[in-house]
Design a protein around this ligand. Structure first.
Ligand code: COA
Length: 171
């Protein structure tokens, strides 16, 4: 159980290389066993479009901040690594909470913030894949779409329906 969390603010991740390096340490550590190819350079590539500034609606990279300190992040991207899933877009990706702050609602807050961005962008459905957090996403209402093997590791693709797009466009 993490440290209880008070007011968590979710907002765009600043273009801050030191912060991204700290996040990459969490990511490399988390994926080391199942996806060793997700190494430092791979994550630099992942966060590159965000760090260079974006010229389209995606990617969206959000951070969760507690008193100004980043304690987690999540991204919304058009495509996410997998082959043969061209019909699936967009994806929630790279969800991670500071290891010292897990189990205190930060991940749920980040996920909700990302879903809010999906609605803002008028996406009616969103996808993600996971190799180790199926129970967490199931509990949060995500629906399993298919199971695959990605780089020798079994994964599950989930989707979440966000409701009719026309209802979200109304001003
Ligand atoms: C998965 C992760 C993002 C969850 O974030 P978190 O801040 O720890 O999660 P929350 O505290 O918001 O979880 C809310 C609830 O889910 C429960 N929960 C947390 N992890 C869970 C899991 N793996 N399976 C089932 N339930 C889980 C919590 O106990 C909590 O339950 P409660 O509301 O009844 O108290 C975080 O553990 C993490 O960063 N893990 C490593 C990276 C990772 O796996 N990312 C996902 C890649 S797809």
């Amino acid at each position: 159980m993490g440290v209880p969390t008070g007011e968590i603010e979710a907002r765009y991740l600043p273009l801050d290389r030191m912060l991204v390096e700290r996040i990459i340490e969490w990511q490399v550590d988390h994926y080391r066993d199942a996806f060793p190819s997700f190494d430092h350079d791979d994550w630099i590539d992942f966060y590159g479009p965000h760090m260079r500034g974006q010229d389209g609606p995606l990617p969206v990279v959000l951070g969760a901040f507690d008193n100004g300190r980043c304690i987690g992040t999540v991204s919304l991207v058009e495509r996410d690594d997998l082959d043969d899933v061209d019909d699936y877009t967009p994806w929630i990706a790279a969800m991670i909470v500071d290891p010292a702050r897990r189990g205190a609602g930060v991940g749920t807050a980040l996920l909700n913030a990302a879903l809010g961005r999906c609605r803002d962008l008028h996406f009616g459905r969103v996808y993600l894949w996971t190799h180790d957090q199926t129970d967490w996403y199931r509990r949060l209402g995500w629906i399993e779409v298919e199971s695959k093997v990605f780089r020798t590791t079994p994964i599950t693709i989930f989707r979440l329906d966000l409701g009719p797009v026309s209802a979200q466009i109304a001003t």
